[in-house]
Design a protein around this ligand. Structure first.
Ligand SMILES: NCc1[nH]cc(CCC(=O)O)c1CC(=O)O
Ligand SMILES: [Mg+2]
Length: 330
């Protein structure tokens, strides 16, 4: 008898493939990044992120209602800060009436049950485009952590369910946890970007928020002194374990596709939910190639999302969430 085992029986038709499929994408998997800008009636397409927009608060309200009706129930907020409000200390980040704080309230007003997570890092607020305070060509760790803790409390006060520090300073999870607890926000969670690599895939995001490191003397041109070297693997486990010890409720690996080996390793190591951020550059590549007719947009999108979940993601932060859910609902 040859072959001894016929694996292809389980692939004979779509019904059997559905029956034995191990990984299924659902609306529950997604965390949707949203970009907020000042003003009214604004819905600006981001040039390097086709079909993705910066929204003013009125359009943010419309958008979250639409997401909710599609079955999507978690958002991750980012703000584009006007140049005149940027400085080196991130002062605007801790303004209780700042754009982020208003955005949180807008979402909670429109959809009280929508889970709201907020980005915590100084880059959109920084004149230098860095995630921390800059001095003499360096990004100061401990001074930055103090601002991040204050910023987190301000987001919690505005109604954020989770804060998501994306800055990669050392020790910030513990400081944020202590600051939240001291102010009574014991139920505000922390999703830590714990294994965040210094990646060239963040380019379109920095266009969206106008937050790239600036090219002036005595300011580092990249984020390599705080974000991780993409050649490293042990470091990712160490960073993640430390953040859990410091109080992170959810940990994250970022970017997605090039880092799925790291996702699997971390998933095997830890006992908290693991999030994966499929970042702006990953989105842009699929959009660009499919616009040229070189890739099948929907097929490639679903293959990538499924691969991220198969690798161990419990949560997928993705600009494709709406596209994917519309496709699933068809
Ligand atoms: N610290 C801010 C932040 N939060 C998420 C991203 C990137 C997200 C994306 O590319 O989609 C960045 C940019 C960066 O670190 O430079
Ligand atoms: Mg760390």
């Amino acid at each position: 008898m040859y072959p001894l085992i016929r694996n292809r029986r389980l692939r004979t038709n779509e019904a059997i493939r559905r029956l034995v499929r191990e990984t299924i994408i659902s609306p529950d998997d997604f965390l949707i990044p949203l970009f907020v800008v000042e003003g009214n009636g604004i819905k600006e397409e981001i040039p390097s992120m086709p079909n993705y927009y910066r929204l003013s608060l009125d359009n943010l309200e419309k958008e979250v209602k639409e997401l909710w009706n599609l079955g999507l129930c978690s958002v991750l907020l980012f703000v584009k800060v006007p140049d005149n409000l940027k400085d080196n200390a991130g002062s605007e980040a801790v303004n209780d009436n700042g754009l982020m704080q208003l955005a949180i309230k807008t979402v909670k007003n429109a959809c009280p049950d929508m889970l709201v997570m907020t980005d915590v890092a100084l880059d959109p607020y920084s004149v230098f485009g860095h995630d921390g305070v800059v001095a003499e060509g360096k990004i100061l760790n401990d001074e930055t952590v103090e601002v991040l803790a204050e910023m987190s409390v301000s987001h919690a006060k505005a109604g954020a369910d989770f804060v998501a520090p994306s800055d990669m300073m050392d020790g910030r999870i513990l400081s944020i946890r202590e600051a939240l607890d001291d102010e009574g926000y014991i139920n505000t969670g922390i999703m830590s970007y714990s294994a965040k690599y210094a990646s060239a895939f963040y380019g379109p995001f920095r266009d969206a928020l106008d937050s790239a490191p600036v090219d002036i003397k005595n300011v580092p041109k990249d984020k390599k002194t705080y974000q991780m070297d993409f050649a490293n693997r042990f470091e990712a486990i160490k960073e993640t374990q430390q953040d859990i010890d410091e109080g992170a409720d959810i940990v994250m690996v970022k970017p997605g596709l090039c880092y799925l080996d790291i996702v699997r390793e971390i998933k095997n190591e830890v006992e908290v939910p693991v999030a994966v951020y499929q970042v702006s550059g990953e989105y842009a590549m699929v959009k660009a190639a499919s616009e040229k007719g070189w890739l099948d947009h929907d097929a490639v999108m679903m293959e990538q999302l499924t691969a991220i979940k198969r690798a161990g993601a419990n949560i997928i932060a993705s600009y494709f969430a709406k596209d994917a859910v519309r496709l699933l609902n068809k």
